[in-house]
Design a protein around this ligand. Sequence first.
Ligand code: FMN
Length: 162
Amino acid sequence: MDKNVMQETDVFSLIGDRWMLVAATDKNGKTNAMTASWGGMGVLWGKKVAFVFIRPQRYTKRFVDEAQRFSLSFFDDSYKKMLGYMGRVSGRDEDKIAKSGLTPTLKNGAPVFKEASMTLICRKLYRQTLEKDCFIETGEIDKWYPSSDFHDMYVAEIEEKI
Ligand SMILES: Cc1cc2nc3c(=O)[nH]c(=O)nc-3n(C[C@H](O)[C@H](O)[C@H](O)COP(=O)(O)O)c2cc1C
């Protein structure tokens, strides 16, 4: 398993091509996760941060909103089919964690999957819904938001890399 996935790939391929799981655990200890290929990592407010974009209809959003922390999990290529499943089916309809075959544990209240090659524990710092009036390139609105389901952007401090 490529434990050093971070060193071996740039963040564009890590997130955009290889995809990641955004996962969080609610107050009752229930975990949900969804595949994401939009987001990034960088530096903000003097901290190493990750940012993710979650549409309002995602079941995972409720978990991310309830929890102080979420995790970003990266997997080697053999898990691509699982990531496809986690990005196609909603946790509202199926117990995705059970069906995925993933083994979750908790670290500081955030899910860690044993099978992941890298996990980032992220503490939420900021959330904002993208606004129509703020788009400079308005073509992106027609392309991505015909239903006006604008993403919420979350900026979170990367507290730990496992
Ligand atoms: C490759 C891929 C990337 C995705 N990226 C995102 C994303 O960045 N943000 C988002 O809101 N949904 C994204 N999705 C869609 C969710 O993963 C999908 O709707 C999922 O079923 C939501 O599950 P949930 O309802 O259990 O949260 C992506 C799906 C796939 C297949």
